[in-house]
Design a protein around this ligand. Structure first.
Ligand SMILES: [Zn+2]
Length: 78
């Protein structure tokens, strides 16, 4: 299996911009992920211990890993 991509957090996704070379459009909302190896293939997604591993549906190459945040606890009612 190829090496795992770096783990992404919300700050990374919020700051992500289009990675198409020479693209100057700034209205990419929402962020759309594509596998660089097979952009139209779609994804397979695995979850394990707080991390989503996103794989190319066709070749199973790891595309990205996303950290999952726990739901914040609600304040105690008095
Ligand atoms: Zn692929």
């Amino acid at each position: 299996m190829p090496p795992l991509p770096p783990l992404l957090y919300r700050q990374d996704l919020d700051a992500a911009i289009c990675d198409v070379p020479d693209c100057t459009y700034v209205g990419h909302d929402p962020l759309v992920l594509q596998a660089p190896c097979h952009p139209r293939a779609g994804f397979a997604v695995q979850y394990h211990t707080g991390v989503l591993l996103i794989l190319c549906q066709r070749c199973q190459r790891p595309v990205t890993r996303v950290a999952v945040q726990a739901q914040p606890e609600e304040p105690a009612h008095q």
